[in-house]
Design a protein around this ligand. Structure first.
Ligand SMILES: [Zn+2]
Length: 76
């Protein structure tokens, strides 16, 4: 399942949200729905891990943006 990273436009809080369908998440800090989705792809790109995107376990299966060989989000 896709986990997307969001940033609240109102307070700047960043959070990850499991998105089912077209749900629009609300900021857990201020409950604003003015959030924008960040371009972290596949839910396995974590900050502080050196920025390395390792195509190991969950590479191609969980990104809704990944079609066969091109993904605008992660380049897969
Ligand atoms: Zn907020």
């Amino acid at each position: 399942m896709p986990i997307y990273e969001y940033q609240c436009k109102k307070c700047g809080h960043e959070f990850e949200q499991l998105v089912i369908g077209q749900d629009c998440p609300a900021c857990p800090e201020c409950e604003s729905k003015e959030v924008c989705r960040l371009m972290s792809c596949c839910g396995f790109v974590s900050k502080g891990a050196g920025g390395q995107t390792i195509a190991s376990s969950a590479s191609a299966s969980s990104c809704s943006g990944c079609s066969a060989s091109s993904c605008a989000g992660c380049g897969h």
